[in-house]
Design a protein around this ligand. Sequence first.
Ligand code: SF4
Length: 343
Amino acid sequence: MSNDAYSEGDLRKTGMALKHDREWDYELDRIVDAIEERDATTVGLQFPEGLKRRAPAVADDLRALTEDVTFMISGQPCYGACDLDTFLMRRSDVFVHFGHSPMKESEKIIYVPLFSNVDPFPILEDAVDELQEGEVGLVTTAQHMNRFGEMVDWLEERGYEVQTRRGDERLTHEGQVLGCNYASADLPADQVLYVGGGKFHPLGLAMEHPEKTVVIADPVNNVVTIADTEKFMKQRFGAVHRAMDARTWGVIFCTKIGQGRWEQAEKILSENDDAYLVTMDEVTPDRLRNFDFDAFVNTGCPRITTDDGPRFHKPMLTPGEYEIAVGNKPLEELSFDTFHGTW
Ligand code: SF4
């Protein structure tokens, strides 16, 4: 999954222990100010998966600071700012989304980004051993964005010519990447330093920019690695091959606010009479199991397709991979599925 606060430091299957415990700043004062300013009586709280267990304590703290306010915690899965609980939002005077930076601002929503308090500089010391002198592109996830300027200075002090940019409107900050968008790494430098956790984010980045060396500095788990896309590419080629004989296709249109790509879904339907549109919010293997399509193509979150792909009972492809499987494009055009724009 793509969510940064979830994948970063999610070590359940690795046998490793977290090197750093993290405390988050929930910005309660900012939330209370908004509640008072708007005379809010209903407040929706949405946490990413990795922080849901903290929700009752945050609600308790907010209750202690306010009067006559009902706090409602979203029980919907949440993996990104693309994934706002719109049902709860409509029923709240103030809606607080924790753990991600804004994909699109709205008067009603307060985004509390929850920056990591992990010091990134010890791991940067190790990462520079892997970097060539000269130009380097720098990117990071929302969690480490609060130290981005300092990281740029730190590298410049060591003689690097640091290149940064804000990718596109799906991204809030200069230098920020998402699991579905690496436009901030569209830089001339031949090497990119990615600061952040989660092994899937940097793989997407490396696939998007195969001509660059991607050095991964993970300050949470204290490791430096060079992105290697080979295994990942094999998995994707395997899925495409298995889907080449498919006759019937389930084309998934995701109803989450920031994950809909209607034009892509429609294009496939208009060109293939054996394709059927399936609408859903959360795309999981269980929910698709009762469909008897030969293969699926997912126009929603690309990370569901790539990170969870092997768990589906039938091949699950990205829209680009679908084009290859049905013979519209050659295999060499297999690339990472990226997502641009908001809603
Ligand atoms: S669509 Fe993008 S931002 Fe949303 S969960 Fe997937 S990777 Fe993350």
